[in-house]
Design a protein around this ligand. Structure first.
Ligand code: FES
Length: 570
């Protein structure tokens, strides 16, 4: 017997309740036949003019709707809180879990049989996927696509250049006037950041997990094929409802392994780690920090994209998109994983090929043998820390230097350009209290700008360590996500300026070279972390956020509650 659609628990009811459910919907001019057993598809839209990367989503949603109607579904678009990386203070990451709750409860509470997740700017992807996983009705992602490549004085630019421009202005190589000119050329179309930053890494993540149609990651926002894919996504979700193909059917352990391997091959963002861990937690799939290192190993960088390489998301699309990257590494992938179109990965990539070997190369001729995510262990980070070797300097992979410690980001800003700051090129810059609880919200400040006096000497990279995150567009020899964070009073919290720190990436070690007796003295003097946030969402966040090594989700949000709604107030 065919399964009754979930939405019919609302729209299929007789009497007073059915009247209430349908009558108020009719005020939108909806004909009666829409309520009679059509799959009701929610379009979870993160459109907002405050999220510039997603500002084109209302138009894109129209294409999704067309597809849903063509396939015999009944589309209903609904908004959720949107997170724009550039405007939100103090950091969008503070609200990722909040949005995931908004998404989860909005889906569960409403008469939906399936949902299309419209994702773009960094956090809008993990938050929507996390929320959808915890409900587990059929769900598919359509990403908004990246911007066209930026242009400035005859050269291609993207968000990663922003960090270079900033350092160039500070060192006197670039004028403020030229910086303004570059600003006008950076974001010249709709879409998210044009490099393999976090938003593009998230789009690749959903495609490699199998949560979107093939090709979703790389089609530029401004390309008409983005609308075509949105329409096809709308058509497909209706069939997914009929097949009852849910996130839990797609998100197997093997699918997560694929995502980690693909992230290594594309030089994806370090934020991928924290978001994938959180999604796995919702999906109930065992995944830990070590898995990122284990499955990254042996996968070189084969997509030549900034910030690890040279090119842009637009170039990735012209070169064949993510299917072409996955085809090159097919031998490594779990090809049997089922994806949103109902087909296995191996079938989806069977005809893919690289049309430009400069952009998508092969495992045998990689852009860089170092790639993926390295997980460091040692006395400085008892529960781990991560770094992205493809974006780091080879000469700093093994390094010993004295710490220059900043107690928080404000302390850093106040002192970094002080000519009297005791720092040289061999120093290790350490930023504390940028973790999930300590900041709170774990901002993207880990790629600390270098001291102005060293920039003027021509220094371009230093080892930097923090319990915070880094923009996916950032680069440098940057150790991130130190767990436990400073606010948790682990060894990281005890570092003082002048301490020796030893980094050995090949051996995965990060050690603080201070005797245990001295650490014990410091421990005794330590004042326990006490948050000044005593109310509202930020208090909830501090009380329940987990450490970065576990994905920084709330402890009470792990797993899911399913899609059943057992009580009815009418
Ligand atoms: Fe939205 Fe970069 S600011 S993706």
């Amino acid at each position: 017997m065919e399964k009754l659609l979930r939405s019919q628990q609302w729209f299929g009811k007789k009497g007073k309740d059915g009247f209430i459910y349908r009558a108020w919907m009719r005020n939108q001019g909806i004909p009666d036949d829409q309520f009679r057993g059509k799959p009701v598809i929610g379009i979870c839209n993160t459109w907002s003019e405050l999220t510039p990367c997603n500002a084109h989503f209302r138009e894109l949603a129209e294409s999704v709707k067309r597809g849903i109607i063509e396939a015999g579904g009944f589309p209903l678009e609904f908004p959720v809180m949107s997170l724009g990386e550039t405007l939100i203070k103090p950091t969008a990451m503070l609200y990722r879990n909040l949005v995931s709750m908004d998404v989860e409860e909005s889906i569960r509470a409403n008469p939906l049989d399936g949902v299309v997740l419209m994702c773009g700017c960094d956090k809008t992807t993990p938050s929507l996927v996390m929320g959808a996983c915890s409900v587990d009705i059929p769900a598919i992602v359509i990403s908004g696509g990246a911007m066209l490549t930026g242009k400035h004085r005859g050269r291609d630019i993207g968000t990663s250049d922003l960090w270079r421009f900033s350092e160039d202005v500070r060192s006197g190589v670039m004028t403020e006037e030229e910086l303004n000119e570059a600003e006008a050329g950076m974001c010249r179309s709709r879409g998210h950041c044009a490099v393999m930053g976090t938003a593009s890494s998230m789009a690749c993540m959903v495609e490699s997990l199998g949560l979107s149609l093939p090709g979703n990651a790389a089609i530029p926002a401004a390309d008409s094929n983005r609308k075509v894919l949105a329409q096809l996504t709308g058509r497909r979700i209706v069939d997914m409802v009929k097949e009852n193909l849910k996130p839990s059917d797609i998100l197997t352990r093997e699918a997560f392994e694929n995502a980690i391997m693909v992230n290594a091959a594309i030089g994806g963002s370090t934020n991928f780690v924290i978001h994938l861990l959180a999604i796995a937690g919702r999906a109930g799939v065992p995944l830990d920090l070590e898995d990122f290192d284990r499955f990254s190993q042996g996968i070189p960088l084969i997509a030549n994209l900034q910030p690890s390489g040279e090119y842009f998301m637009e170039d990735l699309y012209y070169a064949g998109g993510l299917p072409a990257v996955m085809k090159q590494m097919e031998i490594q992938l779990n090809g049997g994983c089922i994806t949103a179109n109902g087909k296995p990965v191996s079938e989806n990539i069977s005809k893919a090929q690289s049309w430009d070997k400069k952009v998508i190369t092969t495992l045998e001729t990689p852009v860089n043998n170092r790639s993926g995510i390295v997980v460091l262990r040692g006395s400085l980070c008892e529960n781990g820390a991560i770094m992205k070797p493809s974006a780091a300097s080879p000469h700093l992979m093994k390094h010993r230097g004295r710490a220059v410690v900043f107690s928080d980001i404000e302390d850093y800003k106040n002192r970094i350009n002080d000519p009297l700051l005791e720092v040289d090129a061999s120093s290790v810059l350490v930023l504390k209290n940028a973790g999930p609880k300590g900041y709170p919200g774990m901002p993207e400040v880990g790629n600390l700008g270098l001291p102005a006096k060293l920039l003027q000497q021509g220094v371009t990279d230093m080892v930097r360590i923090s319990d915070g995150r880094m923009s996916g567009t950032g680069f440098g020899t940057v150790v991130l996500h130190v767990s436990p964070e400073a606010a948790e009073n682990g060894t990281f919290s005890l570092i003082e300026s002048g301490d020796w720190i030893a980094l050995d990436v090949d051996n995965r070690l990060l050690n603080l070279e201070v005797a245990e007796a001295e650490l014990e003295v410091r421990r005794k003097k330590q004042v326990p972390f006490k948050s000044s946030y005593t109310r509202g969402y930020t208090r909830l966040f501090i009380e329940h956020v987990e450490q970065a090594c576990k994905g920084a989700d709330f402890d009470f949000l792990k797993g899911g509650s399913g899609c059943e709604v057992t009580r009815d107030s009418h």
